[in-house]
Ligand binder design. Structure first.
Ligand code: ACO
Length: 330
């Protein structure tokens, strides 16, 4: 029997690009409307990074804030675990580029490829590594530049995604705040082709054909993804609560993956958590994949809706399919 908490959150930071792209901007290039996008997704605007701003740079900006909040410096980090679906390069990991930018010379660094649950998969991994004695201070990040992997000519996906980064210091539990009371992660690879990038990898390396077919961009069967998302988010809620030994009425704030307002509402309904106890910022940032949970957490803290001592339920799903959750005593 494992005794928790093994780890606790010690600092959080986020970074988003300055440029705002509104639904009205998409009306100029795609056959779509603000009304359609708001009704079907809840999204009003998202942030988009320029060519000069990499995933590693967004991660660095978020990480420096997280380090400052934890009162640590880059050399205090023992491990860097970065969740992303849009790495800067296919080799090496974006985590290694981040390590170099930070000067975190005492750390190991690697990426986690788990799509939107990247941040919570990184949390699961960090917890396991701390338990295994691989270090005490882990830097976990969820960071994306999805604008570079979504097809600007495909109205069914282009409007959904945004760029951003969130980072947290997860340290060996000291009995302080931020205690991670439970973690859960799961996948179903049979559903991979419902949300994927068919080309550009080792199966179909980048070529004129790949580019002409636009198969290096995200392809998604939206309706099927929607149905699976509702199902897996519900299961993830149940598992994290069960593992923490608590019930939904003890949750002070649900912090769900921000993919679609209707998925968030269905998740809250399943968990019987009223919407006033749910963090929602999909309207401002769209779906930022692995950055989504830390961006919502950070907003909750800044708005004073998330306070020390609150019980938080974090829950997410994404391409793979993958899904994950955690209960944290903030
Ligand atoms: N503007 C106007 N019309 C559109 C748009 C658009 N941007 N996109 C699609 N449509 C049209 C479709 O072509 C279709 O037209 P048709 O009836 O003439 O064929 C119609 O709208 C309905 O399309 P659906 O796909 O059935 O619409 P739905 O209500 O399912 O909403 C959506 C689409 C928003 C994509 C929804 O299915 C969804 O949110 N799915 C989940 C997506 C998601 O969360 N993905 C992220 C996963 S996380 C990760 O790992 C990255």
């Amino acid at each position: 029997m494992i005794r928790r908490p093994i780890v606790e959150f010690a600092g959080l930071g986020v970074a988003v690009p300055d440029r705002v792209v509104t639904n009205a901007d998409f009306e100029k290039t795609l056959e779509t409307s603000d009304q359609w996008i708001v009704e079907r997704t809840g999204i009003r605007e998202r942030r988009v990074a320029g060519p000069e701003q990499t995933v590693a740079m967004l991660s660095r900006d978020a990480s420096l804030l997280a380090l400052a909040a934890a009162g640590l410096g880059p050399e205090d980090i023992h491990g860097i675990i970065l969740g992303t679906a849009s790495p800067d390069r296919l080799l090496p990991s974006t985590a290694c580029d981040l390590q170099a930018l930070l000067g975190a010379k005492n750390a190991f660094a690697f990426d986690v490829a788990a799509a939107c649950p990247g941040f919570l998969f990184a949390l699961n991994v960090a917890e396991g590594l701390v338990a295994a004695g691989q270090g005490e201070n882990m830097l976990i990040i969820g960071a994306e530049k999805l604008s570079t992997i979504s097809d600007p000519t495909d109205r069914s996906t282009a409007i959904l995604f945004g760029d951003g980064a969130g980072a947290a210091i997860v340290r060996k539990a000291t009995g302080g705040s931020g205690a991670v009371l439970s973690t859960y992660m799961k996948s179903d690879g049979r559903l991979a082709d419902l949300l994927y990038r068919p080309g550009g990898g080792a199966v179909d390396p980048i070529s004129d054909k790949v580019v002409a077919e636009r198969s290096h961009f995200i392809k998604m069967a939206g309706r099927e993804v929607f149905k699976s998302a509702v199902k897996t988010m519900a299961e993830a809620c149940d598992k994290a609560l069960e593992r923490a030994g608590i019930t939904a009425d003890q949750v002070d704030m649900l912090v769900p993956h921000q993919a679609n307002l209707r998925i968030i509402e269905a998740t809250a309904k399943h968990a019987e958590i009223p919407l006033k106890k749910v963090m929602i910022n999909v309207d401002r940032y769209g779906n930022t994949s692995s950055a989504s949970i830390p961006l919502a957490l950070d907003q909750g803290i800044k708005e004073g809706r998330i306070q020390p001592g609150m019980t938080l339920l974090l829950v997410t799903f994404g391409g793979g399919f993958t899904w994950a959750s955690a209960v944290v005593k903030w």
